[in-house]
Design a protein around this ligand. Structure first.
Ligand SMILES: *Cc1c(COP(=O)(O)O)cnc(C)c1O
Length: 366
């Protein structure tokens, strides 16, 4: 049997549950005019400058891309104030998570993960047959103290999702520094900052400052969220050159496609688009907060572009009913909160359609 020759640990991997794609809902339900508020993409779309740059580069797809992402790393280095050899670019930050696991984890090594948090950490740990140690959130936030206490001699990697997906909460600079101070320096701390650009909290740590210190750390960011090119698959990591060069040994030579590199470079320079997206997000967030408050619904205040909302009914049922109305959200059961949903803050039109649909569906269920 084929299962006998597969590595046994892969049967331990739980399949990733993605946000339901619009096309799939169209196919299955035969409806149109669907909105997806399930995967935290930018509802305002990609930067027009990125689109233009990608269109222009399209005829060059017969050639292999630059395997070193030279121009993008150069622009990133300038923008965030590090050297080019501090940066690795990946086919989404998902790929970098996997490279980290492949580079550092032997079977039985331990990784520490908050719960609930982004499911990719468990996925990449299990591929390598590492032991995943889960530490529950406290008040919907990483419990860094408990995560520090979970460290053993076998601990290799600690994942800190900041802001955390699915709760949108952050750990503060003070909490982070107290946590780092007590860690054995060889442990690699992964700061997943997919929503970095959305944060407006003054106590948010600037983790790039830790890159030059003794502690092994890597900060991951992405072009999938505020930069609006999730479909292109591109993200980056910032770490000491020795960490980066270890990761580069495992990286595929042409891991990032050419259009993604060109699109990301243009998106990075389009500060207007980032600003507009931030303003739209703030406006949407205020609208949704007000509506939830009026209806007496509890939500976790967010530092990102999504909200973890207590709907007070079975989220699977609510999800299915919302789907019938053409609104895709994410159920909380997969995050251990069966009466919550995670909803991406959309355009104002999407937000209004979401609230009116939610109101109708909640009445139907109750
Ligand atoms: C969306 C997201 C990512 C981004 O993944 P990409 O592979 O860059 O698209 C990474 N981490 C978290 C927590 C996310 O929510």
């Amino acid at each position: 049997m084929i299962e006998d020759i597969a590595r046994q640990n892969i049967f331990d991997i739980k399949p990733y549950i993605p946000g339901k794609p619009i096309e799939e809902v169209e196919r299955e339900l035969g409806i149109t005019n669907i909105i997806k508020m399930a995967s935290n993409e930018n509802p305002f779309g990609p930067s027009p400058k990125a689109l233009e740059a990608m269109k222009e580069a399209l005829p060059k797809v017969s050639l292999y891309p630059d395997g070193n992402c030279f121009y993008l790393r150069e622009a990133l280095a300038g923008k965030i104030g590090v050297e080019m050899d501090n940066i690795i670019v990946g086919n989404g930050s998902d790929e970098i998570l996997k490279l980290i696991a492949e580079t550092f984890l032997n079977p039985e090594d331990e990784v520490i993960i908050a719960r609930p948090s982004f499911s990719e950490y468990e996925f990449v740990g299990k591929i390598m047959a590492a032991n995943c140690v889960f530490v529950p959130l406290k008040d919907f936030t990483h419990d860094l103290e408990a995560m520090g206490e979970a460290v053993t001699e076998k601990t290799k990697i600690i994942f800190v999702c900041n802001p955390n997906n699915p709760t949108g909460t952050i750990v503060t600079k003070k909490e982070m520094e107290q946590f780092l101070k007590k860690l054995p320096p060889q442990i690699l701390v992964v700061f997943d900052e997919a929503y970095y650009e959305y944060v407006d909290h003054e106590d948010y740590p600037e983790t790039l400052e830790y890159v030059g210190e003794e502690q092994n750390v890597i900060t991951l960011r992405t072009f999938s969220k505020i930069y609006g090119i999730a479909g292109q698959r591109i993200g980056y990591g910032v770490a000491k050159p020795r960490v980066i060069s270890a990761l580069n040994r495992v990286r595929e030579p042409f891991n990032v496609n050419m259009l993604a590199q060109v699109g990301a470079l243009a998106a990075l320079k389009d500060e207007d688009h980032v600003k507009r997206s931030l303003e739209g997000n703030r406006e949407g967030k205020e609208y949704l907060y007000r509506w939830f408050d009026e209806k007496g619904l509890f939500y976790v205040p967010t530092q990102s572009n999504f909200i973890f909302l207590q709907v007070g009914v079975d989220s699977q049922e609510l999800f299915q009913n919302m789907l019938q109305e053409g609104v895709i959200v994410r159920t909380g059961d997969i995050f251990g909160h069966p009466d919550y949903i995670r909803v991406t803050i959309g355009t104002m039109e999407e937000n209004k359609r979401f609230t009116s649909t939610l109101e109708k569906v909640l009445k139907d269920i109750k």
